[in-house]
Write a new protein. Sequence first.
Length: 228
Amino acid sequence: MSNYFVQFLFWLYLTLGNLGWAITLLTIVIKLLLLPMSLSSLRAAEKIKKIQPHLEKLKKKHAKNPKKLQQEQLKLYQKHKINPLASFLPQIVQIVVFILLYRWLMDFLAAEKINGIIVNTHFFWLNLAKPDQYFILPILTMATQFILSKMMMSPNDQTNNSNHSKSKDKPNPMMIMQKQMIYVLPVITGLFALKFASGLVLYWVLSNIFAIFQQAYLMMETNKNKKE
C-alpha cells in the first residue's frame, strides 16, 4: 500500500511539476474522500452536545446505580435517534489514515530518488524533507489548531464555563479540560511541527484549514436548522 501511495504522489509531482503543490492537491483529495465521514461524525457530536444537560441530570439521578444510568442513557439516545459510536468511529478512522499518511509521506520524503528521478523538495522557502527553519509552518499549525479547537467548542459550552466561573457550584471537570485543551493542543501540535519534515507539516496545516471551513459549514447548517 505504501508503494501505491508513493507512486500516486510521484505522479502528482510529475503532473504539477512541484512537490508542494502535489501535497496540497493530495490533501484536498484525501479530505474530500473523508468528508462524508467527517460531517457524519461532527453532526453526531452536535446532537450529543444538545442532550448534554439531560445526560448530566441522569448522572446525578442515578449516580449510585450504574446499570440504571446506562439503561436511561440508552433510552435517551434512542429517543433523539443518536448513535454514540457515530461520533467516535469516524474520528478513529481519520486518526489511522493520518498515521498511515505520516509513515508513507516520510518514506517518500526520505527517498533520494523515485523511479530513478531525483525529487526536488523545495517549495517557496521550504525544504519539504526537513523542518521549517523559519518556524512559519509551526506557527501556522498552532494558529489553525487554535481556531479549529475554538470553533469546535460550542457557544453553550463557553456560556456554561462562564457561568460556572461566576457561580459557587463545583465546575464540571470535563468542561474545564475542554477549555484547557483549546490552549494546550495548539502548543503540543506546534512542538511536533518543529521537529517534523515540512512536507508533513504542510499537510497538517492544510488539513486544519479544510477542517475550519468544514466546521464553519456545519455551524451555518446548525444555525439554519434552529431558525427553521
